[in-house]
Design a protein. Structure first.
Length: 293
């Protein structure tokens, strides 16, 4: 019995020592108490986008209309100090609170619709999950942090071009996917310039729904305008190629839609051998160029 009491006393003593030496768990949200915040980044608008019944800027609670994810990075020179990722179902999506010492920083905010978070290797090398480009926006600027709390309103600019395929008739029932393979653009973004920073070979495979006639893919141009070499391949249920069309020198422009309208299975061109073109304005993009094929 005495031996048992002695063992119990030793265990109690050991537990007391462990408890007295244990440090409290602070977790990843230790910095997230409001008194520690001195910089609030607030996404308030999207530059150069026209909306039917909206002002030139949009409120932060409407960010989800265009972006499902936000990535925020803060650099001090070449050193990444902060990295924040938000999803559209997060509380306060579009409002980012930071704690930063006084000084000058470079801040980039990337809005996109990828399935995963963006990878920011450097401000000139930002890539997305599976190298798949979606509708993407960026803000990048210097931030002067003072000793006072400050709120910075951020406007993001669209940095992608869209290629839109409009078919004049539905695809045959045995066509289950369309594969878009294109070069001339980029799947990697430079936040500093707002342009593509890598010469990419992009491949996007889209499922075909019954009766579907519209398909869209994106790229990040290397300059305000550029040209793609685009191959569209129709695939059956076993991903066997059924038909293929090549489009060379497809014009693309940042924040514009290039629309090709025609039949994927007809090779007919205009009498001049070229493509007919006319401009159509879009309420969501800066403009849309239409080409018949």
């Amino acid at each position: 019995m005495d031996r048992f009491r002695t063992m119990m006393c030793l265990l109690a003593l050991l537990l007391g020592l462990l408890t007295s030496c244990e440090k409290p768990y602070v977790g990843v949200k230790a910095e997230e108490s409001e008194e520690n915040y001195n910089v609030i980044l607030r996404v308030t608008g999207f530059e150069t986008i026209d909306f039917d019944d909206a002002a030139s800027t949009r409120a932060s609670d409407e960010v989800t209309n265009l972006c499902s994810r936000l990535n925020v990075v803060v650099y001090n020179g070449e050193t990444k100090l902060k990295s924040v990722a938000q999803k559209k179902d997060d509380d306060n999506f579009g409002v980012i609170a930071l704690s930063l010492p006084q000084g000058t920083y470079k801040v980039a905010v990337i809005g996109h619709n990828s399935d995963g978070t963006a990878t920011v290797t450097t401000l000139d090398k930002i890539s997305f999950k599976n190298n798949l480009v979606t509708d993407t926006f960026v803000y990048c600027d210097e931030l002067e942090v003072t000793g006072d709390q400050q709120v910075v309103d951020v406007e993001l600019r669209r940095v992608v071009a869209m290629f839109r395929l409009m078919l004049t008739e539905p695809l045959p029932a045995d066509i289950r996917q369309l594969k878009f393979y294109y070069t001339g653009g980029s799947s990697t973004l430079s936040a500093n310039t707002g342009y593509g920073s890598v010469n990419s070979k992009q491949t996007v495979v889209l499922d075909v729904a019954s009766g579907q006639t519209q398909f869209e893919v994106y790229t990040i141009p290397h300059a305000e305008t550029g040209k793609l070499k685009l191959t569209i391949t129709a695939l059956d249920a076993t991903q066997t190629p059924i038909h293929e069309r090549l489009f060379e020198e497809v014009p693309v422009q940042r924040n514009k839609i290039t629309r090709y309208t025609g039949s994927l299975f007809e090779e007919a061109a205009s009498e001049s051998g070229g493509l007919n073109m006319r401009m159509h304005l879009s309420s969501e993009w800066d403009g849309e160029e239409e080409y018949q094929f």
